[in-house]
Write a protein that binds this ligand. Sequence first.
Ligand SMILES: Cc1cc2nc3c(=O)[nH]c(=O)nc-3n(C[C@H](O)[C@H](O)[C@H](O)COP(=O)(O)O)c2cc1C
Length: 331
Amino acid sequence: MTQSAYWNRIAAQAQAEDRPFFSLAPMEAVTGSVFRRVVMRAAAPDNFYTEFTNALSITHPKAKVTTRGRLYIDPSETPKPIVQLWGNSGEDFAKAAKEVQRQGYEAIDINMGCPDMAVIKNHSGSDLIRHFDTAKAVIDGARQADLPVSVKTRLGFDHLEEYETWIPFLLKQQVPVLTVHVRTRAEMSKVPAHYDLIDQLVQMRDTLAPDTLLQINGDIPDYQAGIKLATEHPGVDGIMIGRGIFTNPYAFEKVPQAHTSHDLLELLRYQLDLYDQFVAMGIQGHFAPLQRFFKIYVRGMRGAAEIRNALMQTQTTAEVRTIIDQLEAEN
Ligand SMILES: Cc1cc2nc3c(=O)[nH]c(=O)nc-3n(C[C@H](O)[C@H](O)[C@H](O)COP(=O)(O)O)c2cc1C
């Protein structure tokens, strides 16, 4: 595969239908293989990302076992997810890139936006926004494997104006895709996303790296909102949606359908089945606690709060199924 064949394929699909491409955002303890397949079934985006995975851990003799769950790709996943890595050393990224390639990944994304203090103290994630040299070293390191290397970042670390130097710096690295969560690290997700800066980002891209695809992220709830944003800002190639999926598991549906409680509970059943299969494979490692997902499926149901409370008390998938069966029998 050439450096950006992966992304060219995604972009070509999107252009064929005259729309931006859509991605489910990387989300720690959420976008593992199980939930990616749930979203695939509900309404698939063009693109999926893994949860972020520490580059050093991937090849570390003691830690690598902990990354197996995060890095697992099911054969039914098409296209293969993009693996998102975080870290602070070109050497770690070079080793990790070769290992994820060996495991079958076709594209790598580097996290340069995580606001978590532990990650920042590790000189990783959004800390790279104030250390251009490290940012360059990790991109160069990740490029040691023969895979395309993209970046997901924020506009700045403390101050909005930082985007004026940070984004051009990243564009000059000629990454195939630059995903920008249009907020600073300091803003976390507490202020509205800076859509007013999108046209400037497009202009920077057009000037410095016309081949780089620009993907916008932040507060975009669903496909329709993504189309609207991309129409208002010509030149945006991709739309990434994160938390929208918690409000609506059908967020990527092109023509919104009415979904019944039964549809939602069927999706939950599917997630439980996949979860059981995953556990049965005996892969040791991080796996999202199921409980954080329950609210997605009971939202809007009569007595949603009580149902959710009951689900939160469960300890096994069998107990969850019993509650779902009761709910369906009552309706
Ligand atoms: C639970 C959770 C976990 C996240 N984990 C990651 C991650 O592993 N890597 C990453 O780049 N961003 C991560 N993010 C940030 C999202 O990818 C996204 O940038 C952010 O939520 C803004 O997009 P949204 O408004 O569509 O949610 C996470 C966000 C949430 C809510």
